[in-house]
Design a protein around this ligand. Structure first.
Ligand SMILES: [Zn+2]
Length: 246
């Protein structure tokens, strides 16, 4: 089992949107802001390799594709060798880099991969409301709903008993996380813990979190699981510190 994490960013976003009601006086200690109050975040793609599987968890923005391919090239992996793509959810900053636009059509970058997505997540991305339409790319959702290699799951599924994808609602209704079982427990948290600050203080919520109460409940459930085991947690948006060993 080999796990590699790399940044397909940067992702530049209003600092306040990542910290919700947390005052800038607090989060401003962790990040430098530019003249527009924006901060630089990461897009930390995780590659899990075991047996003949090469699994990517989340893929950055549409513009992240080249960065991902360069990193795979460095690792001696052709795009065709990616076997599975897991999306923690379908916000544009998590699924974009797995696709490219060709003459206005969405095409998959990883031709031999299965694409996994939670059922509610796909439904909500296909039918966004006035607010969520800014977070979802409906062309990608619509492509996935028609693509024969898309695998839609409900509560959880396992890849050969070693990697488990688990519905973990809160950030979005269909948000999921990935657990990798080995000597250590690896939790790839997606936007459940977008930065280490949201992990250290689970009540820190982003302005994009849909259901705050549910999100806190889900975070606490996973924190409980981590507590009793040697674990590694991966933060999708944390620049530099892409994971913590606890
Ligand atoms: Zn995100």
């Amino acid at each position: 089992m080999n796990i590699t994490v790399f940044d397909a960013g940067p992702f530049i976003l209003d600092g306040g949107s990542i910290f919700g009601v947390v005052p800038k006086e607090k989060w401003g200690r962790f990040f430098n802001v530019d003249e527009k109050n924006r901060i630089v975040l990461g897009l930390n793609v995780v590659l899990i390799q075991f047996k003949d599987r090469n699994i990517l968890v989340d893929c950055g923005l549409l513009s992240s594709k080249n960065k991902i391919l360069e990193k795979l090239f460095e690792l001696n992996l052709a795009p065709e060798s990616i076997t599975d793509i897991v999306f923690t959810h379908l916000h544009f900053d998590h699924c974009g880099g797995a696709f490219e636009l060709r003459y206005d059509n969405i095409v998959p970058v990883f031709q031999n991969a299965k694409y996994y997505v939670q059922r509610l997540e796909l439904e909500n991305a296909l039918n966004p409301d006035e607010r969520t339409k800014y977070f979802y790319n409906t062309s990608i959702a619509s492509f996935l709903s028609r693509y024969p290699e898309t695998v839609v799951f409900d509560e959880s599924f396992s890849i050969e008993g070693e990697v488990e994808v688990i519905h973990a609602p809160g950030h979005t209704e269909g948000h999921s996380v990935v657990m990798v079982y080995g000597e250590r427990l690896h939790l790839i948290a997606g936007d459940m813990f977008p930065t280490k600050y949201h992990f250290e203080k689970p009540y820190y919520m982003t302005a994009f979190d849909e259901n705050l109460k549910q999100n806190l409940k889900t975070k606490n459930e996973f924190l409980k699981i981590l507590k009793n085991r040697k674990s590694t947690v991966y933060f999708y948006h944390q620049p530099e510190t892409q994971f913590l060993e606890i």
